[in-house]
Design a protein around this ligand. Structure first.
Ligand code: ATP
Length: 207
């Protein structure tokens, strides 16, 4: 199975990196693709440019090969719809299972995503608990009832269509908090890799 971890990464932090690594390891994924969105469709535009967000992710991923930077959303003009990304991955990988990784905050808003019902035709959903995330309600909750599985082994038996809630180390780190710290002149050390912190400070991305 190939993991698909999308985000704005504005900036990337240990909440992304540690959870991505744990999901990759627990499910023995062939690779975990980390995909920065050019234009996230369902939120305010990111503060840092697509290039800066990609550079920060590349710095964060240096020296390891389990998490892989995938730039396809940055290269595609217009809003970065995850359904288009999954269509292109599905075309490349045939029947290989794909696992779309989402924090439970993101999963709770899934029914606002473009062509959201197609997502589970293209990939499994791997939903990570996130501090303060809350339980999903409405359509995502119903989807979880219909498609949720407790046995991770089932994910490898078909290319898409199941939802697995995965336990990860709980890290209450958010990019919003890091941007606010930078704007207020406070320290963000130990929340994200030093190389990323040095880059965002040298380029005055969030001051
Ligand atoms: P922002 O604060 O700007 O909204 P963010 O920290 O939530 O950013 P995103 O890039 O928007 O980061 O998140 C990408 C994905 O990573 C989403 O699925 C989100 O739920 C998940 N995620 C981010 N931080 C964590 C965390 N600390 N624990 C678990 N999942 C996380």
């Amino acid at each position: 199975m190939i993991g698909v971890y999308g985000g704005t990464f504005d900036p990337v932090h240990y909440g992304h990196l540690r959870t991505a690594l744990e999901v990759q390891e627990q499910l023995d994924l062939e690779a975990m693709l980390m995909l920065p969105a050019r234009e996230p469709p369902h939120r305010d535009p990111p503060q840092a440019s697509p290039e800066a967000r990609r550079d920060m992710l590349a710095l964060a991923l240096q020296g390891q090969d389990r998490l892989v930077l995938d730039g396809r959303e940055l290269e595609r003009p217009g809003p970065s719809y995850m359904v288009d990304t999954l269509e292109s991955l599905r075309a490349e990988h045939g029947d290989c299972p794909l696992g779309l990784v989402l924090g439970e905050d993101a999963f709770g808003g899934l029914d606002g995503w473009d062509r959201w019902e197609r997502l589970t035709e293209l990939a499994h959903l791997l939903v990570m608990a996130r501090p303060g995330g809350g339980r999903p309600a409405g359509a995502p909750a119903r989807l979880l009832t219909e498609r949720g599985v407790d046995d991770a082994a089932r994910l490898k038996s078909r290319p898409a269509g199941l939802i697995y809630q995965i336990e990860v180390t709980s890290l209450a780190i958010s990019a919003t908090a890091i941007r606010a710290q930078q704007a207020a002149g406070r320290s963000s050390r130990y929340l994200l890799p030093d190389a990323v912190l040095e880059y965002l400070q040298a380029n005055r991305l969030y001051c």
